[in-house]
Design a protein around this ligand. Structure first.
Ligand code: T46
Length: 141
């Protein structure tokens, strides 16, 4: 899976640390939206893919787990570093769970909120992936 964790430089001195994110410099897209989720409990979140949206997830407090699924492979990530984030590209099914009590998950997104960009049914996601794979194979012939 091409999605992966990115480590950032934490600029530290006797006052603490600073981590910065810059569009198209250390974040591979233009950032149009920032949001964060907090106050989570044992209920998992996510369970969708985005048609076009790219996102970058950082646990700025606490920890959580994220499962990425490209329709063929699944991989679980642990987010617990302030200077490390996870890229979630378009057409990747993602689920977040096992949030620590103090978890604050910040998300940088490549576009504004648009519910029509969401695929919230796993079967729909799978069939779109299968169609894309088939089209790619035909184009490649
Ligand atoms: C994602 C993961 C990582 C808004 O009104 N504006 C927003 O910018 C967002 C992100 C959500 N909403 C609304 C839509 C729902 O009524 O807030 C409510 C909760 O959203 P959702 O159930 O999609 O939350 P999560 O935590 O399952 O997913 C969120 C993002 O929606 C999603 O894009 O990739 O975090």
């Amino acid at each position: 899976m091409k999605n992966d964790l990115i480590d950032f430089q934490a600029i530290g001195d006797e006052r603490g640390y600073l981590v910065s994110f810059e569009a198209k410099r250390n974040i591979p897209f233009d950032i149009k939206r920032v949001y964060y989720i907090y106050g989570m409990n044992d209920k998992p979140r996510g369970f969708h893919a985005h048609k076009k949206l790219q996102q970058f997830l950082v646990c700025v407090s606490g920890s959580c787990k994220v499962l990425l699924d490209n329709g063929q492979d699944k991989k679980e990530y642990v987010l617990n570093q302030r200077n490390q984030g996870l890229i979630v590209k378009e057409m990747i099914w993602h689920e977040m769970y096992e949030f620590s009590e103090d978890c604050v998950l910040m998300v940088l997104a490549s576009d504004f909120y648009d519910e029509s960009d969401y695929i919230r049914q796993y079967e729909v996601f799978k069939s779109l992936i299968e169609r894309e794979t088939l089209e790619f194979r035909e184009y490649d012939r």
